[in-house]
Design a protein around this ligand. Structure first.
Ligand SMILES: *Cc1c(COP(=O)(O)O)cnc(C)c1O
Length: 426
C-alpha cells in the first residue's frame, strides 16, 4: 500500500477497517475532553467497557448467594478459570487442555521452572537473551541459585551493540555451541525493549534437537502475534494478562504446558488443591493426583475479581479473531514506521527505529531512538495527549494496538511528534 502522511488518508484507512468498531468497546484516558492517543497497550491494555458490568454481576452474585455462589452464580466460581481456556488457547495456538489462567507472570515462570528446569550433571545451563526484562533475569538467576548453581550457568545472548537486536542466527549458534550443557532455553518471544519477535518455531526446534527444554515468556507476544505453541512443540510458556490482553493492572497471567507433560506424577511440581483431580478434590485425599491438563499447575481457587476484566476482553478477542487483528496490526505498525520516516525527513533529526523492519519479526510496536532531545520530545508528546513509553537513555516506545488504535491516532501522533522535534531539536 502507498501510505500518505495526511488526515484524509488516515481517515480513509479507518473507514475501510473492518475492526473499527472495537475501538468503541474500550475506555480511553482523556486529554482536554478527547480520547488520548494511547500507545501503551503493551504496558497496560485499556479497560473494556463491559468489564465494569461483569464486576457488578460478580458483586451481586456474591451478595445474593454467599458461599453458594461457587456453584449457583451465573458464572460459577468453582470453575471460573475454565471460562478462559478456550479463548486463551486460540490466542496462543494451544489445545484447550494446555492452557490455564492463574497467578502473575513471574510467579508462573517460577512454578513452571520448578517442573521444567531440572539441571543434571553437565546439562545445567539456562539460555536467555541479554538485557532480558529485569523480572525474568531475577527469576532465572534465583532458580540457578536455588539449584546450587551460579550465574556462570546463565548464558546471556547479548544484542548486537549497533543494531540492538539478537538475530535468530545468533540464538541458533549459541544453542549449537553449548548443545550438551543447556538444560533450559528460556527467551522472551517478543523483546519488550526493541519489539523484536524471535523465530519461535525455529529456535524451539533447535532447542529440542540439542536435548533442552524450551520455555517462552510471551508477555509481549500473547494477543499480539500469531503463535502456535502446540504445533511448535514448545514445552511451556507464560504471559501476563494486562498488556495486550487488557486484564487490568496486575491482572491474571496465563500458562501453557504441552500436553505431552500432562498427567505425569514424576514431574516435580509445587502442588495445591486446585491442581488436584476434580472428582476427588473435596474428598480431600492425602495424595495429590494431578488433573491431566495444564490445570495441574494451579495452586489456589480462582481470584474471580482479578479475572473478570480479562473475561470481558477475551470476548472481544474471540469476536475480532487473532488473524484479523494481526492483519490490521501489520498495517498500523507499517503506517507508524512510514510516519516516523516522514518526520525524520521533514525535521532532519536522525531518528533511528530499532524495531526490525521485517513485518514477520515484529508486532504492534516501534521503538525509536530520538537522539539528544528524546526526553523533551517524550514530555511534549505526553503534554499534548500522546501516551507513549520512555526508556532510558533515548528510546520512545509506541504500541499501536489493533484492537483499539487506529490510523488517525498515528497521523495525529505524527503531527505532534513533528512539532515537538522542530521545537527542541536545533
Ligand atoms: C511485563 C513483563 C513482566 C512483568 O512481570 P509480572 O510478574 O507480571 O509483574 C515480566 N517479564 C516480561 C518479559 C514482561 O514484559
Amino acid at each position: 500500500m502507498e501510505y500518505q502522511f495526511n488526515a484524509e488518508f488516515a481517515l480513509k484507512c479507518d473507514a475501510e477497517d473492518e475492526l473499527k468498531n472495537f475501538r468503541a468497546q474500550f475506555l480511553f484516558p482523556q486529554h482536554k475532553g478527547e480520547n488520548a492517543i494511547y500507545f501503551t497497550g503493551n504496558s497496560l491494555g485499556l479497560q473494556a467497557k463491559n468489564a465494569r458490568e461483569y464486576i457488578s454481576e460478580e458483586l451481586d452474585d456474591w451478595a445474593t448467594f454467599g458461599v453458594e455462589g461457587h456453584t449457583e452464580s451465573r458464572r460459577p466460581w468453582l470453575k471460573y478459570h475454565e471460562f478462559f481456556t478456550k479463548p486463551l488457547a486460540s490466542i496462543v495456538g494451544a489445545k484447550p487442555s494446555e492452557v490455564v489462567a492463574m497467578n502473575g507472570l513471574t510467579t508462573n515462570l517460577h512454578l513452571l521452572m520448578v517442573s521444567f528446569f531440572r539441571p543434571e550433571g553437565k546439562r545445567k545451563k539456562i539460555v536467555c537473551e541479554g538485557k532480558a526484562f529485569p523480572s525474568d533475569q531475577y527469576a532465572l538467576r534465583s532458580q540457578l541459585r536455588f539449584h546450587g548453581l551460579t550465574e556462570d550457568d546463565l548464558i546471556e545472548i547479548q544484542p548486537d551493540p549497533v543494531a540492538e537486536l539478537i538475530t535468530d542466527d545468533r540464538v541458533i549458534e549459541t544453542l549449537e555451541k553449548h548443545a550438551d550443557e543447556i538444560a533450559l532455553v528460556m527467551l522472551g518471544g517478543m523483546n519488550y525493549y526493541t519489539g523484536q519477535f524471535f523465530d519461535m518455531e525455529r529456535i524451539t526446534r533447535k532447542g529440542k534437537e540439542i536435548g533442552a527444554v524450551v520455555g517462552w515468556d510471551l508477555a509481549h507476544a500473547a494477543g499480539n502475534m500469531p503463535i502456535k505453541l502446540h504445533d511448535w512443540d514448545v514445552d511451556f510458556a507464560a504471559w501476563c494478562g494486562y498488556k495486550y490482553l487488557n486484564s487490568g493492572p496486575g491482572g491474571v497471567s496465563g500458562i501453557f504446558v504441552h500436553e505431552k507433560h500432562h498427567g505425569q506424577t514424576e514431574i516435580p511440581r509445587f502442588e495445591g488443591w486446585w491442581g488436584h483431580d476434580k472428582e476427588t478434590r473435596f474428598k480431600m485425599p492425602e495424595t495429590f493426583k494431578p488433573i491431566p491438563t495444564a490445570e495441574a499447575w494451579q495452586l489456589s481457587n480462582a481470584p474471580v475479581f482479578a479475572m473478570v476484566p480479562l473475561l470481558a476482553s477475551l470476548e472481544l478477542f474471540e469476536q475480532a479473531g487473532m488473524q484479523r487483528l494481526r492483519e490490521k496490526s501489520k498495517k498500523l505498525t507499517a503506517y507508524l514506521q512510514f510516519v516516523v520516516e516522514q518526520v525524520r525527513e521533514s525535521t532532519g533529526v536522525e531518528l533511528k527505529i530499532i524495531t526490525p523492519k521485517d513485518p514477520e519479526r515484529r508486532g504492534a510496536q516501534l521503538s525509536v531512538i530520538v537522539p539528544g532531545v528524546g526526553r523533551k520530545v517524550f514530555d511534549y508528546l505526553m503534554e499534548n495527549g500522546v501516551i507513549s513509553d520512555w526508556r532510558e537513555p533515548d528510546v520512545i516506545r509506541m504500541a499501536p494496538v489493533p484492537m483499539y488504535n487506529n490510523f488517525e491516532d498515528i497521523f495525529r501522533f505524527g503531527k505532534i511528534f513533528e512539532q515537538g522535534l522542530k521545537k527542541f531539536a536545533k
